[in-house]
Design a protein around this ligand. Sequence first.
Ligand code: EPU
Length: 416
Amino acid sequence: MKQIFIRGGVPLTGQVRIQGSKNAALPILAATLLAGGEHEIKNCPKIADVYYMLELIRSQGAVVCWKGRNLSVDTRQLTPGPLGEKKEGTMRSSIFLLGAMLGRFGEVDLEYPGGCVIGDRPVNWHITHLNKMGVIFCDSDERINAKVSKLIGCEQYLTFPSVGVTENLIMAAVLAEGTTIIHGAAMEPEIVSLCEFLNSAGAKIFGAGKSDIIIQGVNCLHGGNITLPGDRIVAGTYAFACMITSGGILLEGAPTSYMTRLIPMIHAMGGNTLITEDGIYLYRREELCAIPYTITEVYPGFPTDLQSPLMAALCTANGESVIEERIFGNRFRVVPELIKMGADIHIKEHTAYIRGVEKLHGATICAEELRGGAALVIAGLGAGGETYIENCGHIYRGYENICRDLSELGARIYGE
Ligand code: EPU
């Protein structure tokens, strides 16, 4: 579905189930290549990025089978080779295949993931830190070719807690000789899920979710299993949609313990929340209030992936909000589209100044990337009149079926 049509102004009500986490699923699917065995991944989201990753691991001989939302992946017999043709270049997370392939086969030939619409996204830290474990990279502008005769555990000091670098190092270290200690590791919940999966497959990883992670290399791994948590970014997106429409919704399966920054923000915006056994119920209790200052940070700070959805919700809040983007260099691409809908936003370097307007109006706009696209959906739901969003393919990279979910909450939204 490439276009989304919205008739805005309907308060969201009812309940919706939150899909499994994209950013937990992707490295875990890569990790199935590392461990030869029969793996079970439950609550896996059916999104375009997962389908791309499945294509890549299938190209190495993995046998994949869906049973409802659960995925079984058999990686006992692989036939490793160059990874994909062009395909992996379209998805940043193909970079996780680096650690997984080096760990299992000692070599990898992967198309360079390249830049990305939200910023440059270099891979220099992946290379530097894998180098320290004995990996040799061959120079090439187009592909990453790397080899190692034996991965050697060591102490790694990260200058920035990169999610992808932490995940790659964990994967490389699991079958390495000796112990690896990652100092300054990322603490995102997705790291915890990856380690839980790898430990279920026989790895020895300690400290996941903390800034120092210890990995004792083991000789072999076997099949692993995990139930993926709900996607905290999808839950946050729907929470902001509820706020802009002045609704009241239950987000079933939302990972509330990973939403510690979002929940106080909903309160500060004029909402209330109630954590239940099923997830989180939230509603707007008063007028939408501006949030004076938000910075995007690594976990447990406010996530960059919710920056654009938050901005969309704040467009009609009472007062001025300021958002500073500190993780990616180009994550304000949604701003000109929001301005077409009547938003009052000014950008100065990495900071957005949002003066709340009374109402947004419908417009024909274009989604340029995943989270920016979701932000336009939020704006369309809150706007008066009809909004037509073009180029929505990006949104399906991360949201299973945003039209279905929001329709269940009463929105008048149609994808075609
Ligand atoms: N960076 C470098 N060099 C590197 C690696 C990273 O300079 O070698 C920089 C990046 O350019 C960026 C910062 O470090 O400015 C943070 O990048 P990080 O490596 O932490 O991000 P990532 O692993 O590439 C994951 C998520 C992103 C999410 C970020 C930050 C997956 C598949 N992707 O990316 O998710 O924004 O962490 O939390 O897990 C999304 O879902 O929309 C998304 C972009």
